[in-house]
Design a protein around this ligand. Structure first.
Ligand code: MTE
Length: 443
């Protein structure tokens, strides 16, 4: 087996260049894998011909001070190896980063693109965090259509125009946060250095969360339009047009949510973000937004909805974003002894000051941050300047408005009478009195 070329531009495919045709005219960078097992097999065979570079060493070393922090070389190779249809996707994706995101984003991973907002308060589209597992497909909205099938009485293909026709579907708008459960992964990586992640996982800090006003249609209305559920329909699976690589195999990005979430209008098919069409990088022309659930369920570049009897068996649902009981560690975990994360737990973080900032103070230091709960809203936020001994409640007028399924940003002028090394913490309670564990930063 020959090693993949260390110089990744341009990558040379060994043997004959493979060719996988685009699935649809007007959709660039979308290969349908899920319908064609033989095509998947062929892709796996091609991938098995290469020794791709080993995962980066950042788990054992400090992160580089570059921006982008990590490049994601292996993912670029995977795409190059699939031939002309996916080869340019890394380049195209980077073009959209530059076009659609603000220049001060912290690029935690160049490709697949993952980016955190700069440490400021609220999130306009250009600053909204991005979590991608693959490249950005270019889909022509005029030619866009998605399938609704599986356990529904009247499977249909629906165009964007139809979905936007208010005589068929009532429209909804909702302000809601999206949080990736990878938020603060860098702390987890530091807890278990070198001990596991075989993927190049973006070294997220506190920024994998953002809040936007989404506009679209409740998925329940779409299911109703398709004749309602057939007996046994309990979960709804979503497919995205991007190509997702896992352990030498290819897939389309796929996840599911239980129908009970759809039934209470907490799953939206959205085409607008903060009053503008969805940016390509956030799923244009159509994405799912699931309020209160882990961001992974909010499938971007949606092209297929499939009603099924059990949760999706796709790798993102079953093999990623899972949690374990305390007895399970990186040494003994398996996919089957974990549980898919769905509702996001309550959490809070300090956004400013940053770790190791040096501050000259006159008895007060301003802290800013966010608090969020996937089961409602944060009710109370407390901060400490001495590692968690004395706590101060953030007064309610220093917390942003309470909105169901949205974060509350906060600020507080913390009394500080010490000099030298300080440890700041934040904790919060949500409306059900679930508490978040304190988050520390030191300076
Ligand atoms: N949908 C597709 N098709 N592909 C992806 O890689 N990433 C998911 C989700 N939907 C993803 C996706 C994850 S893990 C998160 S946290 C959110 O999208 C992030 O949404 P954003 O990039 O718009 O902020």
């Amino acid at each position: 087996m020959a090693p993949a070329e260390p110089n990744h531009a341009p990558f040379k495919v060994q043997g004959e260049e493979p060719y996988f045709a685009e699935e649809l005219e007007g959709w660039n960078g979308y290969i349908e894998w899920e319908k064609y097992p033989e095509k998947k097999k062929q892709a796996a065979e091609i991938l098995s011909r290469y020794d791709f570079p080993v995962p980066p060493e950042f788990q054992l070393e400090p992160l580089p001070k570059t921006n982008p922090i990590l490049e994601g070389v292996r993912w670029k190779y995977y795409h190059y190896a699939m031939g002309p249809t996916l080869k340019n996707v890394p380049e195209i994706s980077w073009k959209y980063v530059q076009k659609e995101k603000s220049p001060d984003m912290i690029h935690v991973l160049e490709f697949p693109y993952n980016g955190e907002p700069p440490r400021t308060e609220i999130t306009p589209n250009e600053d909204f965090f991005v979590r991608n597992h693959g490249g950005i497909p270019e889909i022509d909205a005029e030619k866009f259509v998605f399938d609704v099938g599986g356990l529904v009485n009247d499977p249909k293909k629906i165009t964007l125009k139809e979905l936007q026709d208010e005589s068929i579907f009532p429209r909804m708008s909702k302000t809601a946060s999206l949080q990736c459960s990878g938020t603060r992964r860098i702390e987890q990586i530091h807890e278990y250095p070198g001990d596991g992640d075989e993927l190049i996982n973006a070294p997220w800090a506190e920024g994998a969360i953002g809040t936007a006003r989404w506009t679209g249609v409740s998925l329940k209305k779409v299911i109703k339009y398709c004749g309602g559920l057939k007996d046994g329909g309990k979960h709804v699976e979503f497919y995205g047009a991007d190509t997702y690589f896992k352990k030498g195999n290819v897939y389309n990005y796929a996840v599911s949510v239980p129908y009970r979430k759809v039934k209470i209008h907490e799953v939206m098919l959205a085409w607008e973000m903060n009053g503008k069409p969805l940016p390509r990088i956030h799923g244009y022309p159509l994405r799912v937004v699931v309020f209160g659930f882990i961001g992974a369920r909010s499938c971007k570049w949606l092209y297929k909805i499939n009603v099924i009897g059990q949760p999706s068996l796709a790798p993102v649902q079953m093999k990623e974003y899972i949690y374990y009981s305390p007895q399970i560690g990186k040494h003994n975990n398996t996919y089957s002894n974990g549980f898919s994360i769905q509702t996001m737990p309550v959490s809070s973080a300090i956004m400013t000051p940053l770790n190791h900032d040096q501050i000259i103070h006159d008895g007060k230091i301003k802290l800013t941050g966010w608090a969020y709960s996937g089961s409602g809203w944060p009710e109370r936020v407390e901060v400490s300047g001495d590692g968690g001994n004395i706590w101060y409640e953030v007064p309610f007028d220093k917390l942003s408005k309470k909105v169901y399924y949205s974060w509350r940003v906060w600020e507080y002028d913390l009394p500080v009478d010490a000099e030298g090394w300080l440890e700041f913490c934040v904790r919060c309670w949500d409306n059900a009195l679930n508490a978040s564990s304190p988050r520390r930063i030191a300076l």
